[in-house]
Design a binder for this molecule. Structure first.
Ligand code: ADP
Ligand code: MG
Length: 238
């Protein structure tokens, strides 16, 4: 499809707490093109999570229009949104959210199981996704037999296995040390043809993105293109 993956027009989100209204998003208009890697920044309470929930079809805006892959999802029912979400979006979280007594392969198979894909194809596609993130030799490992960085790579494989149009990552390096964060960001930014929206409060992480959108009080404060940080390809691993 030629148009943007994400097109938000005048999105607002108001939470009602008794007789108090919290305006978490106050008219956000934003487009994300196919293949773009966008970091969303902003201080605590600026609306990042609320925006991610709307973009991820976990929540509906109070007003405004949201076209995802050209489809107006802002008026979809919760059931329709769930289907859209499973089909179109991959999620990566700070806490990996892997099933602990379940192998890497089975963790990555899970979204395909929900999608009704047969066993043989499920195995093959999960193994392929794990190979894509450099874990082709760890298929049978359990999460506790993997390092934090490897666990996050399993979670990335799980997000990719359904071939989503959009990958959403909420503080994906929040639980990792600096070096492991760099490995994960290097992997995420190296995924070809993938559209990524990533939330972070760390400038070192946002530095990997092509574009940084900063929120303040539920509005876009700035939206800038930048030359993304990359690891020196000649760097020798210790
Ligand atoms: P951030 O992720 O940038 O820290 P949030 O999107 O979580 O910001 O929150 C934005 C504002 O909306 C805050 O004032 C927060 O208290 C409020 N808010 C978020 N979610 C809810 C909710 N479910 N109910 C009421 N207020 C909320
Ligand atoms: Mg948040």
């Amino acid at each position: 499809m030629a148009g943007p993956v994400v097109a938000l027009e005048g999105i607002t989100r108001v939470f009602s707490l008794g007789d108090v209204e919290v305006h978490a998003l106050r008219g956000v208009t934003l487009q994300v093109a196919r293949g773009e890697f966008v970091a969303i920044m902003g201080s605590s309470g600026s609306g990042k999570s609320t925006l991610m929930n709307v973009v991820g079809c976990l929540d509906r805006p109070t007003a405004g229009r949201y076209l995802l892959d050209g489809v107006d999802v802002s008026r979809q029912s919760r059931a329709e949104l769930a289907r859209t979400r499973n089909k179109t979006i991959g999620f990566v979280f700070q806490s990996f959210n892997l099933l602990s007594r379940t192998s890497a392969l089975e963790n990555v198979e899970l979204p395909l199981l929900y999608a009704g894909v047969g066993t043989r194809q499920r195995r093959a596609r999960a193994a392929e996704a794990l190979t894509r993130v450099g874990l082709g030799d760890r298929l049978e490992h359990l999460p506790n037999q993997l390092s934090g960085g490897q666990q996050q790579r399993v979670a990335i494989a799980r997000a990719l296995v359904t071939n989503p149009s959009l990958l959403l990552a909420d503080e994906p390096t929040g639980a990792l040390d600096t070096r492991t964060s760099e490995e994960v960001m290097s992997l995420l930014t190296g995924l070809r043809d993938l559209t990524v929206v990533l939330v972070t409060h760390e400038h070192d992480v946002a530095a990997w993105a092509q574009r940084v959108v900063t929120l303040r009080d539920g509005q876009i404060l700035s939206d800038t293109q930048q030359t993304p940080f990359r690891l020196d390809p000649n760097r020798h691993e210790a």
